[in-house]
Design a protein around this ligand. Structure first.
Ligand SMILES: NC(=O)c1ccc[n+]([C@@H]2O[C@H](COP(=O)([O-])OP(=O)(O)OC[C@H]3O[C@@H](n4cnc5c(N)ncnc54)[C@H](OP(=O)(O)O)[C@@H]3O)[C@@H](O)[C@H]2O)c1
Length: 119
């Protein structure tokens, strides 16, 4: 089956890698492919850049949010919760027609420290 995973963070990557390991076809979605591939620094949690990660997962494609949503027969949203509506709008309504959308995002507010609160 084809899966579109919207979100390049550790959650999207973990889900994408497991789906690919199970022999599904996977495209991960990002706002801007060139920008995401150009990043080389570790993220705020010490995770490698997406391009470094993708070198270990060469079967997983990277596209825009819209391309990943269109690619997937099932689509997963793993974007930053506070930005998920914006991300899904960028993906476009048409790409979701008749599809299951699995949404694992949480709109967590990191601005006031622990414990985390919903936005
Ligand atoms: N359900 C659960 O058990 C569970 C567990 C842990 C985390 N989560 C949730 O999973 C989600 C992903 O977490 P994460 O740590 O992997 O990643 P994250 O850092 O929360 O989100 C990264 C993704 O959000 C996109 N994004 C950020 N700002 C954006 C904006 N202004 N407009 C559009 N898109 C934007 C990024 O786009 P680019 O690719 O363009 O940079 C990237 O794809 C979060 O909502 C988190 O709360 C759920």
């Amino acid at each position: 089956m084809k899966f579109g995973v919207i979100g390049t963070g550790i959650v999207g990557r973990t889900l994408a890698a497991k789906l690919a390991e199970l022999n599904h076809e996977v495209m991960v979605g990002t706002r801007d492919v060139a920008t995401t591939l150009a990043r080389t620094e570790l993220d705020g949690y010490g995770n490698p850049s997406f391009s470094t990660w993708q070198q270990q997962h060469t079967q997983i494609q990277l596209g825009t949010f819209a391309q990943a949503a269109a690619f997937g027969e099932i689509v997963l949203n793993a974007t930053s919760g506070g930005s998920s509506l914006e991300a899904l709008k960028l993906a476009g309504n048409a790409a979701f027609n008749g599809k299951i959308l699995i949404d694992v995002a949480n709109p967590l507010d990191f601005s006031r420290g622990l414990p985390l609160r919903s936005q």
